[in-house]
Design a protein around this ligand. Structure first.
Ligand code: FES
Ligand SMILES: [Fe+2]
Length: 347
């Protein structure tokens, strides 16, 4: 059973990871080698020479071309073989797959499906990223030994925050506050407000509240594997419109996931905030806090994945808080089936 939506842009690496050294990475079960041309454009080729299948990531760059480390077959950025040492003619089949690659939001994104369908307009848009009113702080590349859907479940699940992130993002005041779920096209939104409560530890460190706060959590899932968490707090009674939230202490916590295999994932994340503009010390301290918090998620998710691998007669018990993640999985499932149907129709 196919587990991935393929006709999508997926983040493969932070921009700074992709340079003139070859980077091997597996996405959606496919081995890819990444590098930059001399002019700086990202290139992504199938990491498997068409001759004896040596990974091309064991080869070397020759200008913008990649030379295999075994017998020197050389491929240009389109994946076409342009040289076979000791042989004048190049068979038409002598090529490797080339993936459309784009730099966007500080990452290199690959189109993992049919290259003919690659569409820049489908790159995820995040207006705050280029807005000077918002300050960026970036996390490290994070490798998670769990299926991307366990990660997206977690990113549509405000209820776990009180229990997993007590020292950073959690508040006991939210434990019994129910969540609301709605769907909008290929997005699922789970939200809740906790009123007149103590600020969460992370915001208490960076903001100057008078006393109790109103706190919002809006989790936006964009199928198949992007999640933006809009959260923040203002003095109790702040109001709950978008403008009210802009006037309060607001963070967009942005999460981009690419499946490596069915049980492992590449995870990229950053925050955009509307306070302490351009303050590097605050950026650094915030990233440290989020590393702490996301390491807590990683430990949980890897343990859940490991437990799932153990055979069990009992299906999981569903709770009200699973409504959002369940809808998200259904949405992804429909996208996968639609792609399968489109392939059948085209044959
Ligand atoms: S394996 Fe690459 S050229 Fe022979
Ligand atoms: Fe979490």
């Amino acid at each position: 059973m196919a587990q991935f939506v393929r006709n999508q842009w997926y983040p493969a690496a932070w921009e700074q990871e992709v340079g003139r050294d070859l980077l091997a990475r597996t996405l959606l079960g496919e081995k890819v080698v990444l590098y930059r041309t001399e002019a700086g454009a990202p290139v992504a080729l199938e990491d498997r020479c068409c001759h004896k299948f040596l990974p091309l990531s064991m080869g070397a760059l020759k200008g913008d071309a990649l030379q295999c480390g075994y017998h020197g077959m050389t491929y240009d950025p389109s994946g076409a073989c342009i040289r076979i040492p000791g042989q004048a003619s190049i068979p038409p089949m002598a090529r490797v797959r080339s993936y459309p690659a784009r730099r966007h939001l500080g990452m290199v994104w690959l189109w993992m499906g049919d290259p003919a369908l690659a569409d820049e307009a489908k790159l995820f848009q995040l207006p705050q990223y280029d807005d000077p009113d918002w300050t960026l702080s970036c996390g490290p590349y994070t490798y998670v030994k769990a299926c991307y859907q366990h990660i997206t479940d977690n990113l549509l699940d405000p209820a776990h925050v009180s229990f997993v992130h007590e020292s950073t993002l959690g508040s006991p005041a939210s434990e019994d506050v129910p969540v609301e779920t709605r769907q909008d096209g290929n997005s699922v939104i789970v939200s809740r407000w906790t009123y007149d409560a103590k600020p969460i530890p992370l915001l208490e460190k960076f903001a100057d509240f008078r006393g109790n706060v109103d706190r919002w959590q809006y989790y936006y899932f964009h199928a198949p594997s992007i999640a933006i968490v809009d959260f923040g707090s203002g003095d109790a009674g702040m109001g709950d419109s978008d403008e009210d939230r802009d006037r309060a202490v607001r963070i967009y916590s942005c999460h981009f996931i690419a499946p490596e295999t069915e049980q492992t994932s590449h995870y990229f994340w950053f925050q955009l905030r509307n306070f302490a503009p351009g303050d590097d010390a605050v950026s650094k301290a915030m990233t440290e806090q989020f590393i702490l918090a996301f390491d807590e998620d990683k430990a949980i998710l890897e343990a859940v994945q490991a437990a799932e691998r153990e055979a069990s007669e009992r299906p999981p018990v569903k709770l009200a808080i699973d409504n959002g993640p369940t809808r998200a999985r259904r949405l992804v499932e429909r996208m996968i089936r639609a792609e399968e149907q489109a392939t059948i129709d085209a044959d």
